[in-house]
Design a protein around this ligand. Structure first.
Ligand SMILES: [Zn+2]
Length: 356
């Protein structure tokens, strides 16, 4: 007998106490890391349950198997509790994650900043829409043109003084023999392209960018839009042009307004006219905006010159036509009371946001 008297009951009581403490700590473990710590403390190689077995040699031989099986039972109970707790912690973690990721479909969305059409584009579309109602189809031509189409085909030969009307930017690229490339100074060359493509009746609307070597100021820009119109058929007269333009003015400004033709000059039309609308600001009384005349010029027009018809491959004895050209920016300026054409190209949001 050893002096340290160990009996099975006291070891079994310690074992039960360890097991109960382990079960409490397992229930209290709040995450997998804490659970791992508890598991190692009780079930590890140096864990408390294993360390109780060090008393084994001190027990009577017949008690040793009973201590062994009691220890195994305690280990199994703790082991089972750890597994159960681990499953529970995993499902809790999943619930938390799902709750965090959940989307509340009833929340209002974040507002997106809303853009708007540029006033140049808006007025171009508006003009195309109005002429579309009169049966006009939109055609587009290239912005880099030949000297031939931009001038010569439009009755403006090389030495013609009318070339002074268009300060032209030429392009250095190599051109076919006898040709020069330039940035088109007007949309009129597209007239020739349309005539070459199709036979009358022609009703074409040709919007596009044009370029001139201008000194930029409040009413001149080196790059601007132009909208050109062309109608060719048998028996077309200046009266048809006037009637069409009056309809256009009524549609554009919301109601019919007094209009007038004044004599004008373009090399590619004969006769040529300037088309005036009664001033939108003073209704004809005279104000600074209309130079106290009571009228505002919104476009230039005329009957297509026979030379131009012939150059387009049409017989001038059989067909007549009229053409007109306007600056949509100038019309937008009249409509929205804008005083400086440079604002169209500034890309200043304080200006553009006014047209939402
Ligand atoms: Zn006026």
């Amino acid at each position: 007998m050893t002096t340290e008297r160990i009996d099975l009951d006291s070891v079994a009581a310690q074992l039960a106490e360890l097991r109960d403490r382990a079960l409490l700590e397992i229930a209290d473990a709040v995450d997998p890391t804490a659970l791992d710590r508890v598991e190692t403390a009780y079930l590890g190689k140096k864990g408390s349950i294993k360390s109780l077995l060090r008393h084994m040699p001190a027990l009577p031989a017949e008690d040793r198997p009973r201590l062994g099986s009691a220890a195994n039972a305690a280990q199994d109970a703790v082991d089972a509790a750890v597994s159960e707790r681990r499953v529970r912690l995993e499902s809790l973690a999943l619930e938390v994650r799902l709750a965090q990721e959940a989307t509340d479909a009833t929340l209002p969305g974040r507002p997106l900043p809303r853009g708007s059409l540029h006033p140049s584009l808006e007025i171009n579309r508006e003009i195309a829409r109005i002429f579309g109602q009169f049966g006009f189809t939109v055609y587009e031509g290239p912005e880099v043109e030949t000297d031939e189409l931009n001038f010569q085909a439009l009755n403006i030969p090389d030495d013609h003084p009318a070339r002074d009307l268009w300060d032209t930017m030429y392009v250095a690229n190599e051109a076919p023999e006898g040709q020069r490339y330039l940035l088109r100074t007007h949309t009129s060359p597209t007239q020739i392209r349309v005539m070459e493509q199709q036979k009358p009746p022609i009703r074409a609307l040709m919007p596009g960018r044009c370029f001139r070597y201008e000194a930029v100021d409040a009413s001149h820009q080196f790059e601007f839009f132009q909208v050109e119109g062309l109608m060719i058929d048998e028996g077309t007269t200046l009266a048809h042009l006037r009637g069409l333009l009056d309809q256009f003015v009524a549609a554009l400004f919301g109601s019919p307004r007094p209009t007038r033709f004044r004599p004008g000059y373009y090399p590619f039309t004969e006769p040529s006219v300037a088309f005036d609308v009664q001033c939108l600001i003073c209704d004809g009384a005279g104000c600074p905006a209309c130079g106290r005349s009571g009228w505002m010029t919104i476009l230039g027009a005329g009957m297509v010159h026979p030379n131009v018809l012939a150059r387009g491959g049409l017989d001038p004895e059989r067909y007549q036509g009229f053409a007109f050209g306007m600056g949509p920016e100038r019309i937008a300026m009249l409509r929205h009371d804008i005083h400086d054409i440079r604002t169209f190209l500034d890309n200043d949001l304080r200006f553009l946001e006014q047209f939402r």
